[in-house]
Design a protein around this ligand. Structure first.
Ligand SMILES: Nc1ncnc2c1ncn2[C@@H]1O[C@H](COP(=O)(O)OP(=O)(O)OP(=O)(O)O)[C@@H](O)[C@H]1O
Ligand SMILES: [Mg+2]
Length: 328
């Protein structure tokens, strides 16, 4: 089947006057891990809710596993697994009972074996008989992802599954559950506002105030920004910037003591600079563009900024920051 696992056309959702999702379109092929990256309030949960048939779109259409999310909602529900942003575990049941209950609802055959295997995949076998509210936050999250995969859904929706987790738990969720499911052909749609998650996705859609501003592989998104960023600290920043400007028409940005310049070959650049310039430099660092830079250049604000106002004022306030990061 060549049909995409998820197809979205001009999907729009309004809450009263607020347009939470503003006419987005994209498609996710079968087996892909697709990340939906955006800051708080961008419209991630609203999008996932429409795709999982929990909320009706105001306008536009979407298909999941080939079924229309409005007209064939029941069929969609049979094909998907979902992990909500807020936990929905039954805290009065044990880890194993939570899975078993879900398996019964979905009519999973070979229930006992399947529950055992998912406990194992989530590294929770030793905790099977513990009440869910006695598990750590990371364990509970692993249990929820395992539960969503129990009935082998064709499409798995995860709404910020790694939020607040430490590196180890995040890795376990990714390698033991998400990536393993994708290898077996499950399509994964994951929302996040964390760059570490986005880097692990096959493709990333960048959502900002309800609009999809970019959609590509993390590598392609970063490559578009071009070059490495070289940061130099000097108490004579302005003079240093002037000297850099005289080299090959580079365009450094100055912010107090910090001079930033985007170059294709940082080694060559630093060699040439140090040969020609006799100015005090207290610190040098080089880094490749990150998704954070991509986000900033596309939206004018940082992914870490919480609740971006939708009236445009924010863009003005943050224009300076954006320009600093933007290349030329
Ligand atoms: N039921 C609702 N009624 C009214 N407004 C809502 C409702 N749900 C969400 N919103 C608003 O819609 C916008 C998008 O919210 P949504 O929860 O989809 O964002 P999100 O990207 O999931 O954010 P977060 O990262 O905080 O989870 C926000 O401005 C939010 O305040
Ligand atoms: Mg959300």
């Amino acid at each position: 089947m060549n049909d995409p696992a998820i197809r979205v056309e001009e999907l729009l959702k309004r809450y009263g006057d607020l347009t939470a999702v503003d006419g987005i379109s994209f498609a996710v092929p079968v087996g892909e891990i697709f990340g939906f990256l955006g800051p708080n309030g961008a419209g991630k949960t609203t999008t996932i809710s429409m795709l999982a048939t929990l909320m009706r779109p105001t306008r536009g259409r979407a298909w999941v596993a080939g079924y229309d999310v409005v007209k064939q909602a029941a069929a969609v529900r049979r094909q998907i697994g979902i992990v909500f942003q807020d936990s929905t575990l039954d805290t009065k049941l044990t880890a194993a009972e939570n899975l078993d209950f879900h398996a019964r609802i979905y009519g999973v055959s070979d229930r006992k074996r399947r529950v055992g295997r998912m406990l194992e995949a989530a590294e929770l076998t030793d905790w099977a008989d513990k009440l869910a509210d006695r598990l750590s936050g990371g364990m509970r999250r692993r249990l929820e992802v395992a539960r969503a995969l129990l009935h082998e859904p064709r499409v798995l929706f995860l709404d910020e599954p790694t939020l607040g987790l430490d590196v180890q738990n995040r890795r376990r969720i990714w390698s033991d559950l998400i990536e393993r499911a994708a290898e077996k052909g499950t399509t994964v749609f994951i929302t996040t506002h964390q760059l570490e998650d986005a880097e692990l996705c096959h493709r990333v859609g960048i959502l900002d105030t309800g609009r999809l501003v970019a959609c590509d592989t993390p590598q392609a998104l970063k490559a578009e920004l071009g070059g490495s960023r070289v940061y130099l600290h000097s108490r004579r920043g302005d003079e240093l910037a002037r000297a850099i400007r005289s080299l090959d028409g580079l365009e450094p940005e100055v912010d107090g003591d910090e001079v930033t310049v985007v170059v294709d070959h940082p080694g060559e650049f630093l060699g040439a600079l140090l040969k020609r310039v006799d100015l005090p430099v207290s610190d040098i660092s080089v880094r490749e563009p990150r998704l954070e830079d991509v986000f900033l250049s596309l939206t004018g604000h940082s992914l870490r900024d919480s609740e971006v106002p939708r009236d445009g004022a924010w863009r003005t306030v943050h224009r300076a920051a954006a320009q600093r990061q933007k290349r030329s």
